[in-house]
Design a protein around this ligand. Structure first.
Ligand SMILES: [Zn+2]
Length: 386
């Protein structure tokens, strides 16, 4: 568990909004992304007629919030799913939040993918297959159902209410996201690129080699001294924002180091997944760091001021934890407090993100109410937000 001063992913409702402390923390609830929204959603058949043979085009792929090439393994799995649909003459259908196969097709596909999975040689191949399959299913199941920009059902699209902002040009966020969080309505990591754009806040899907390569190329260019992970882990070397950036004069505000070719961008990786999945994501990050830099000790930042950084977050009765967007808001707010960083507009940037978070929470609540879900269910649903 996180040390007492560490940024926490979860806190009790009263603590979250009382501006007292975020110190009491518990691990995030282990829950399936489908567990709160599967029942009651109508079964949907994949709407494939609007695309050639159901293939995912580059344009469609990038529309979901990435500028990367279409992952080869995702393309292959979509082709296999389509081929299976033809073979067994059972329509592919999805339910729940979009990515969950249903019916006869699911039964057949389950057998097939388990066989494929078992035949794979090593754990890395298995991980990549798992990730690509999750993503392929989500892409097909969300087609024509979710808005590509905000990942909400089209009728609940919040895009027109979002105000964009410019992140300080020397800063970059990476949303290192678990495939099970991809296209999840109540994910808050997606808000970062909605507000700051995909160059300033970039999606990196766990286990998708095209994404991980892009992220690691950027991290290598920035240099290991300019990369941090916002992740509470007692086994990681935790430092506060002040420990890292409070020094005057700040070495991070000097010009680009031409000797080492480091580009001077400050990279912040936000781990975006349930508590359990976050452990796997962080462990992969450390493994990759070891192979790139020869150091397993990945620098982590904890948001030591906790609530004081979150003081402006407006109370949401049904929202009982901090979240990925909350971590970014906390970081921006803490940077704003440092004299040397106070002129880069972090307060405005944090505010823009916070406003968008509130808009998402309102959109999700409105949806639940419209669908006639009970308050209890609503609270449970909202507590799954991340
Ligand atoms: Zn939208």
């Amino acid at each position: 568990m996180a040390s007492p001063r560490a940024f926490t992913f979860k806190c009790s409702p009263s603590l979250a909004f009382s501006t007292k402390t975020l110190m009491d923390s518990k691990p995030r609830t282990l829950r399936s992304p489908f567990s709160c929204s599967t029942s009651g959603s109508p079964q949907r058949e994949a709407r494939l007629s609007d695309a050639v043979e159901g293939a995912i085009t580059l344009q469609e792929w990038q529309g979901w919030g990435t500028t990367s090439p279409l992952p080869a393994m995702v393309t292959k799995i979509v082709e296999d799913l389509k081929a299976l649909e033809k073979d067994i003459d059972a329509p592919m259908s999805f339910g729940g939040s979009g990515g969950k196969l249903q019916g006869d097709f699911k039964v057949q596909e389950d057998k097939k993918h388990r066989k494929t999975y078992q035949a794979l040689g090593d754990s890395e191949q298995k991980l990549q297959f798992f990730a690509a399959r999750q993503i392929a299913c989500r892409l097909l199941g969300s087609r024509g159902y979710l808005c590509q920009k905000c990942w909400l059902p089209l009728e609940d699209c919040m895009c027109s209410n979002v105000t964009q902002s410019t992140l300080w040009h020397r800063m970059r966020f990476w949303l290192y996201m678990h495939p099970k969080d991809f296209l999840r309505q109540n994910n808050t990591g997606k808000l970062l690129w909605q507000v700051f754009g995909t160059e300033a806040a970039t999606l990196c899907l766990f286990g998708i080699s095209e994404h991980e390569e892009i992220m690691w190329n950027a991290l290598k260019l920035a240099g290991k001294n300019n990369v941090w992970c916002l992740y509470p882990n007692k086994n990681a070397a935790l430092k506060s924002v002040e420990d890292v950036f409070g020094q005057e004069p700040s070495p991070y505000l000097e010009c680009t180091d031409t000797k080492t070719n480091e580009d001077g961008t400050l990279n912040f990786i936000l781990i975006d997944g349930t508590w359990n999945n976050s452990v796997s994501i962080f462990s992969r990050l450390k493994d990759q760091a070891t192979s790139v830099w020869g150091e397993a000790d990945f620098p982590c930042i904890s948001l030591a001021t906790g609530v004081s950084a979150m003081h402006k977050l407006r109370p949401q009765p049904s929202w009982d934890r901090t979240c990925t967007a909350g971590a970014a808001i906390g970081l921006l707010s803490e940077l704003q407090l440092l004299p040397e960083f106070s002129s880069f507009g972090f307060e405005k940037q944090a505010e823009a993100l916070e406003d968008t978070l509130v808009i998402l929470l309102e959109a999700l609540t409105t949806r639940r109410v419209r669908m006639g879900r009970s308050i209890t269910r609503k609270v449970r649903h909202m507590s799954g937000i991340c």
